[in-house]
Write a new protein. Structure first.
Length: 206
């Protein structure tokens, strides 16, 4: 059997771990199950990643990169109406949630597990910061197209939108309702626009 270097094996193990987690849940993704998914010895998993948390960290980082790339790939529509720009962006973003619920369910499971793990908690925080930054870039671009100055720092506006979206994603996972979800998305966009325009002041904002 040809030797496979650790560098080559890492992405294979990440893909195998994600496959097991999507199919059977995060709790079922033991190193034995991941090795079986790839058809290799369990010892190989430990050799490449050491502790299981190191592999889980790599999985979270990969999923974060995938989601960030998806969001960045959404074209921000140019136009003079900030509300319309954000609304169109949100609709395109929401389509990815509807079409890939398994990805967001896996992220939610890993997020909760990571918060209880001292070794994984920094990775969860990094996930949050990275996606915050992606949404901040989107709102900067939308404001530039609309020729407006945000009434609050872009970090606060993006965080507000992301928090609402996160909550809606969890609702969608628990109880999908196309009509109610669409209404909630429209309301999140409206509230975010009001905040960005200064019609919804933030208590304690700097």
């Amino acid at each position: 059997m040809a030797h496979v270097s650790a560098a080559e094996r890492r992405p294979q193990l990440i893909r195998a771990a994600i496959a097991v987690m999507r199919r059977d849940g995060v709790a079922a993704a033991s190193t034995r199950a991941i090795a079986a998914e790839l058809g290799i010895a369990q010892a190989t998993v430990h050799y490449v990643y050491g502790a299981k948390d190191e592999l889980y960290r790599a999985v979270i980082e990969q999923l974060t990169a995938d989601i960030a790339e998806q969001v960045r790939a959404i074209d921000i529509p140019a136009g003079p109406d900030f509300h319309a720009i954000i609304g169109a962006f949100a609709q395109r973003l929401w389509r990815t949630v509807v079409e890939q619920p398994h990805v967001h369910q896996l992220i939610a499971e890993l997020f909760v597990m990571g918060l209880r793990s001292p070794s994984l908690r920094p990775t969860i925080a990094a996930y949050q910061r990275r996606l915050d930054g992606v949404f901040e870039d989107a709102f900067r671009e939308a404001a530039a197209y609309a020729g407006m100055t945000l009434a609050h720092p872009v970090e606060e506006v993006a965080r507000f939108f992301f928090a609402g979206l996160d909550g809606l994603i969890l609702q969608r996972l628990a109880r999908p309702d196309d009509l109610a979800d669409e209404r909630s998305l429209v309301q999140i966009v409206a509230a975010t626009t009001a905040l960005a325009e200064g019609r919804l002041p933030l208590t304690g904002s700097r």
